[in-house]
Design a protein around this ligand. Structure first.
Ligand SMILES: [Zn+2]
Length: 130
């Protein structure tokens, strides 16, 4: 019975139920910090790496570059600091403020005003420019 129910459910719905927010993995090397899974993490939340890079550059005030799916931060950033900062990014630019789901898009309205629009519940709110 259960197996049948699962088969009848659209694959998409199942996938969304299991969605987990990615956690960035840092590796400090000397005076630099590497975020090993930055590319896959951005793919998982459906955002451009450049967008989150701008956010992190502002947060930590260090030069940041992106290559081969990895982020290279020119400074020491602890896992705790990055977790906290990335959580702020997710709350502002990814998670719906109404239903908490990550099925959102950033849309440009008129005159450069950007909004976070939720595909799950339809809610939208303006977001800060980066
Ligand atoms: Zn929503």
């Amino acid at each position: 019975m259960l197996e049948r129910a699962y088969r009848l459910m659209p694959a998409q719905a199942l996938k969304k139920e299991r969605f987990e927010l990615p956690r960035l993995e840092t590796l400090v090397q000397g005076t630099k910090t590497i975020v090993k899974n930055f590319g896959p993490a951005m793919k998982a939340i459906n955002r451009e790496p450049k967008h989150a890079m701008k956010f992190l550059t502002r947060e930590f005030a260090v030069p940041i570059s992106f290559a081969d799916g990895k982020l290279l931060m020119n400074g020491k950033v602890s896992q705790e600091m990055l977790d906290k900062s990335f959580k702020g990014y997710l709350e502002e630019y990814v998670l719906c403020h109404e239903c908490g789901k990550p099925d959102t898009r950033i849309l440009e309205q008129q005159a450069g005003i950007k909004i976070l629009k939720c595909d799950a519940c339809g809610a939208s709110k303006p977001v800060k420019r980066l």
